[in-house]
Each structure stands twice: as C-alpha cells, then as structure tokens.
Write a protein that binds this ligand. Structure first.
Ligand code: AMP
Length: 274
C-alpha cells in the first residue's frame, strides 16, 4: 500500500465491514464526487464486537462486495486479514475518550475503542485526505471526527445521510438477520423517529416531549424492545434537558435477538457537522 500511496495525489477512504448495500454505496458515490482516488476497506473488525455479539456470524460476502466495488469504479479495495491488522502480540489501542461514553459506548463496553483503533490503523496505512462515514452510526461519526481533530488533523471526516429502504427502515447489514414479521416490526424505529421529526416541524422543542413521542410509537410494537431513546446535543451527545434549536434523537432496540440502531437529526444536516 505504501508505494502505491506515493503515486496518488488525494485519497478518499470509505471503511466498511462488507456485506455492502446501498447505504455503503452512497458513501462510495459521494467519495467519487470528491477529488482523488476512492479506497474502500472491507474488514470485519473483531475488536469492536463484544464477547456475546455477532462477530462470527456477521455476514461476509466478499466476492459480491468486490464485484459491486469494481462496477462502481473504485481505485482500490483493501481487504486485510485479522492477522495483518492485529499481528500476534499487537496491543495498541486508541481510547476516544468522553464522546464514546454514552449511548452505544455505554451499551457496548469497549466498542468504540475497537472502532477508533481500527480506523486509526486504516488512516496510518492508507493516509487519506478524506474519510467518509454514515450518519446511520451517528456516535461513531462523532467519535471519529473527534479522533481526527485530535490525532489526524490532515484527515477530513465527512458524514453522509442515512439511506433507508422505501418503507423507512435504515439499511443495515444486520437487517438480513430479521425474520419477515420482525422486518415489519422493525419499522417502528423509523416510524418513531419520523413522528418526532413531525413534532419538531410543528414547533416542539422540549426534549422530554420529543423523546416521549418516539417512545409512544416504538412501544406500540410488541416485537420491539427499546434499549435506549436519547435526545442529545449533536456535537457533544450530552442529553438535552432544555429546549434547543438542534438535536439528535438516537435509539437502539432489540427485535428478537437482532440489535438495531437508528437516529434522526433535528434542526441541522449531517453535512454541517465536522
Ligand atoms: P458498516 O459496514 O456497518 O461498518 O458500515 C460502514 C459505513 O457505512 C459506516 O460509516 C456506516 O455508518 C455506513 N452506513 C451503514 N449503513 C448505512 C446507511 N443505511 N446509510 C448510510 N450509511 C450507512
């Protein structure tokens, strides 16, 4: 990768765990619209999975993924092995600090240390000018923007909007785990967020009322067990106690044994966040 890197002026990096769908490809298309060569990494990163999570059964579709990337015309796909990214004895870890503490960080201890560590390694190897991440994993985006600001100031970390199925479900590689009736029940997540968005556009700014709106809709669906529903400041992720002119509503829920996350930004677009 090193010698190859030296021949290219600007690089846009899109890190993924594969099982590519239209959400991933929206990042690729966005990267291609920026200047330079687009590099997509595919790596199911063991350090970001908890001991009882789905690392071993996470969907792996390498041949289909590479065909999609080839068709999209990316400059390179980087598909390292676990041993290449974590050679035996490797213990280097990146702790992203306070931004990783609430929400997914609280629900999945160590998750963001794994995410920050692998993305730091990918930044060191590919030395991108731009790295693109989805709003789908909103806290991850903020964790990586914070890491880049502090440790990789030459890398611009850009957030891209959530791509949804026609019925509203946020695209995710994990949606493949859902049985048909669970797939329908999972729509309660986006329905709850859309209800809060509608309340926001009618003028509701009280975080307690916005949160209650989501909860009401999600709890109507018996197959969905919400884990948290948060109304927070989009930059710090601190819970809002008072009405504000921008917010992010994030939620995590179990549908059967599948854990899904989704979010909505209120009063701002993801492209405004850096
Ligand atoms: P993953 O393969 O799940 O690690 O995701 C790789 C990148 O794609 C991350 O930056 C995700 O936020 C992004 N991504 C995943 N799903 C979506 C989606 N539905 N819309 C936009 N970006 C997404």
């Amino acid at each position: 990768m090193g010698a190859w890197r030296a021949t290219i002026e600007r690089i846009a990096l899109v890190p993924t765990m594969g099982a590519l769908h239209a959400g991933h490809m929206s990042l690729v298309e966005r990267a291609k619209r920026e200047t330079g060569a687009t590099v997509v990494s595919i790596f199911v990163n063991p350090t970001q999975f908890g001991p009882n999570e789905d690392f071993t059964k996470y969907p792996r579709h390498e041949a289909a993924d590479l065909a999609m990337l080839d068709k999209a015309g990316v400059a390179a796909a980087f598909v390292p092995s676990v041993d290449e990214m974590y050679p035996p004895g490797d213990t280097m870890r990146v702790d992203p600090g306070a931004i990783a503490a609430p929400l997914e960080g609280a629900a999945r201890p160590g998750h963001f240390i794994g995410v920050a560590t692998i993305v730091a390694k990918l930044f060191e190897i590919t030395r991108p000018d731009l790295a693109l991440f989805g709003q789908k994993d909103f806290q991850q985006l903020r964790v990586l923007q914070t890491m880049a600001r502090d440790r990789y100031p030459a890398v611009r970390v850009m957030g891209c909007p959530i791509v949804r199925e026609a019925d509203g479900l946020a695209m995710s590689s994990r949606n493949a785990y859902l049985a048909p009736e669970q797939r329908i029940a999972a729509l309660a997540l986006s329905r709850g967020l859309f209800a809060a968005q509608a309340a926001w556009s009618r003028g509701t700014r009280d975080p307690v009322r916005l949160r209650a709106r989501v909860q009401e809709v999600v709890e109507r669906e018996p197959l969905v067990a919400p884990e948290y529903i948060s109304v927070a400041d989009p930059l710090t992720l601190a819970e809002l106690r008072l009405p504000a002119n921008r917010a992010v509503i994030s939620l995590a829920a179990l549908v059967g044994r599948t854990r899904l996350i989704d979010n909505a930004l209120l009063g701002m677009e993801v492209s405004e966040i850096r």
